[in-house]
Design a protein around this ligand. Structure first.
Ligand SMILES: Nc1nc2c(ncn2[C@@H]2O[C@H](COP(=O)(O)OP(=O)(O)O)[C@@H](O)[C@H]2O)c(=O)[nH]1
Ligand SMILES: [Mg+2]
Length: 344
């Protein structure tokens, strides 16, 4: 499913130095089919023109390919747009892409001007000087945009590894403290082996699973490092990541572990629940009490009193999970959940 990441097909981007070396190699390896019957001056003219043309062509195409490999940022689904913004900065990335693309126009002009000189040159030294001048000026332009290429290289390095999520099907996002059983639930309900990915800002794995309920395929995503701890402990990046998740979640499944074997008290978990509710005021939330197999009955009684109507499950054995998925799906407004299929 990693192909669902809009950056997954982004090819390797070359640095300024690499682009110049590649172009230089190509322009020297040109095999000339020039007729031996031509005088030396004319043979040189043909060769030097071809070298300038090839050098300029190689540089331009590598710069353009680097820019065109990126998806159009404005067309990205807001989930990926927000993640791009928080990881790289949309403005910075756009500026770099624009600058690299714009540098290809003067390269064309320089090549044209020096080729015109080569056409009228009257001796071999003049020709070599014109070829060297053309390559020198083109190289300066490439070097001037080296910082932009480096930014694109770094952006690609992190963006290609974003988790691939389907932004066109209903999505259940799991929230709750670490060790309450979120990943166990995702694995339990997924029809195929769930995909494991990482957000660049956390080392914990993100699990993306898929399941079919009736004739509807839905996606279920774990959110490590995002919705698993109190707001006061979150940094700016994590707060922005929550904003990105907003664009993805059709339903939030908030999981609590009343057995407290996860290491957090029930009260701490209730506080996180209130915070998540506040962060996602418009998203329907389904509350789940997991690990009821090992929850002492007095704890369970407290939890039931606090959260009447919560789903009780055992994620590790699958008990109650099918009913939970039915409920989660019924909370999804199917028409609203498929914005990309609307005609506008
Ligand atoms: N007894 C019991 N253990 C569970 C249940 N669900 C998950 N666990 C265990 O709880 C631990 C944490 O689960 P995990 O899915 O990694 O939690 P996450 O951090 O929220 O993703 C694991 O050792 C699971 O095997 C359950 O329903 N009952
Ligand atoms: Mg987990």
């Amino acid at each position: 499913m990693s192909y669902l990441n809009p950056y997954s097909r982004l090819q390797t981007i070359h640095s300024a130095q690499e682009i110049l070396e590649l172009a230089q190699n190509r322009s020297y390896k040109l095999s000339m089919k020039s007729s031996l019957r031509l005088p030396r001056l004319e043979r040189t003219r043909i060769r030097e023109i071809a070298r300038v043309q090839e050098f300029a062509k190689q540089v331009k195409s590598r710069l353009r390919d680097a820019v065109e490999g990126f998806p159009t940022l404005e067309k990205l689904h807001p989930f990926y747009y927000e993640l791009t913004d928080l990881i790289v900065g949309v403005d910075k990335l756009k500026q770099a892409l624009g600058a690299v693309y714009n540098s290809t126009r003067p390269i064309e002009n320089i090549a044209d001007r020096h080729i015109a000189q080569l056409k009228t040159a009257t001796d071999i030294r003049e020709m070599k000087r014109a070829r060297r001048a053309a390559k020198g000026r083109i190289s300066s332009i490439v070097r001037a945009t080296a910082g932009n290429l480096d930014l694109m290289i770094e952006a690609r390095r992190v963006l290609v590894r974003l988790p691939g999520v389907n932004t066109t099907i209903p999505t259940i996002v799991c929230a709750g403290f670490p060790n309450v059983g979120k990943s166990t639930l995702v694995r339990a309900v997924s029809t195929a082996e769930p995909e494991i990915a990482y957000y660049p800002f956390t080392t914990k794995e993100v699990i993306v699973g898929h399941l079919t309920v009736g004739n509807q395929t839905i996606q279920i995503v774990d959110t490590p490092g995002i919705l698993d701890r109190p707001m006061s402990q979150r940094n700016e990046i994590e707060k922005k990541a929550i904003a990105a998740v907003k664009y993805l979640a059709n339903v939030i499944l908030f999981m609590l572990d009343a057995s407290e074997t996860c290491g957090w008290t029930f009260e701490e978990q209730m506080n996180l629940y209130s915070e998540v509710k506040r962060s996602f005021p418009l998203t329907p939330t389904v509350i789940v009490l997991n690990k009821v197999d090992i929850t002492p009955s007095d704890h369970l009684a407290v939890a039931r009193a606090k959260l009447p109507g919560a789903f009780e499950i055992v994620a590790s054995s699958g008990t109650g999970v099918a009913e939970l998925m039915q409920e989660a799906l019924s909370e999804v407004d199917l028409e609203e959940s498929t914005p990309t299929s609307s005609p506008d």
